[in-house]
Design a protein around this ligand. Sequence first.
Ligand SMILES: Cc1cc2nc3c(=O)[nH]c(=O)nc-3n(C[C@H](O)[C@H](O)[C@H](O)COP(=O)(O)OP(=O)(O)OC[C@H]3O[C@@H](n4cnc5c(N)ncnc54)[C@H](O)[C@@H]3O)c2cc1C
Length: 392
Amino acid sequence: MSVDGPEADVLRQSRELLERAVTPNAGAWDRAQEMDEKVAGLLGAQGLLVPSLPEQAGGRGFDMELLGRFNEQAGRACGSVRNLVGVQGMVAHALHRWAKPPLRDRWVPRLAAGDVYGSFALTEPLSGSDARAAATVAERRGGSVVLNGEKSWISFAARAGVFLVFARLDGHVAAILVERDTPGVHVTPQVDLLGLRASHLAAVRFDDCEVPAEHVVAQGALAFDAVATAALDHGRFSTAWGSVGLAAACLDASLDRAVTRQQFGAPIGDHQLVARMVTRMVCAVDAARMQCEAATRARGSGDRDAVRRTLIAKYVASENAFAVASDAVQVHGAYGCSAQSSVERHLRDAKIQCVIEGTSQIQETQISQLTLTSWRAAQRRSEALGPSDNGR
Ligand SMILES: Cc1cc2nc3c(=O)[nH]c(=O)nc-3n(C[C@H](O)[C@H](O)[C@H](O)COP(=O)(O)OP(=O)(O)OC[C@H]3O[C@@H](n4cnc5c(N)ncnc54)[C@H](O)[C@@H]3O)c2cc1C
């Protein structure tokens, strides 16, 4: 897959913006555990914070191909900026598609512009992978709903102006928009994470937190099966391509090191065991990119297999990114173990890609389940058609 024509210009501009405003600062933001406040607005002003929204909603109308490539660029520049683009997209797309017009029109343009951060609040202290077991409750009270419960490990919650909260309402999970200044919202930053350290994680507690009933974005089966599932699918696509960018950055840094660093009178890349690591990295980056391209094609054509393809892309790309980043640190030796190198940060960020938007183990489970389901369906179809003439 290659991008050319006007779309290549769009990607050149976004790359230049990231290389100018993000790449040189990513290490400092990681160490300070704080991203420059201006980044969201800078991306938002170019329609790049939620680029797959239509232009009239503040995006750039990116198709799947452009969205994927842009996430690759962001992942190459900074894991936390890629996470920002992923999460802001999850919240903005959910509101754009499912919220009633007054709520949608109040928040989507501000999210797209980067005037406000949005958080996707699903995980709780006692429910992570088993997200449907979320214990946060919402009760109807007159024209309001009242939330009680706690979310944790929520990206950008320390800065968020709105939270898309998943809570149990009328016996089902509902998606409810909670504004930060609502009485009863308590935000506690969660710091000193392994990676994505500039992602402003926080725990959010709701104590008798009352919001208008119109803030219920979706309820019943729709809330989890459509809103949460679509948002996580979007997040996985972003994480998958972002992981390709991270791994490609590690490969480039390692190639440079392999030809410039001399040991035993030769560039280290000339030593066979280093060359083997280079080969492993090249193959892992290519394999991840091919899976992402397959997912991109499936999503772009509305293929029924798109969800499974996206799971495969996220699983392969995140696991490969971790392996590539680990080899990159090895190729760099002591320098790679220090904060002076970018590969040390990439290794820490890469591990997180294997945990967020569904852990690798959950994806292994889902990929096999979806594959077996479609295998069985195909078998039933062929049995219903009866014996074929083939082979007679
Ligand atoms: C940097 C970062 C940012 C995050 N941002 C957000 C966010 O914005 N919004 C949000 O809602 N959440 C967010 N999370 C939380 C993330 O989604 C969860 O960490 C993830 O879903 C896993 O849940 P858990 O941590 O509770 O692990 P657990 O579910 O407790 O899993 C622990 C281990 O058990 C394994 N495991 C669990 N169940 C099974 C099973 N059935 N079969 C096989 N293995 C299993 C897991 O794979 C894992 O290895 C973030 C986390 C991090 C680290």
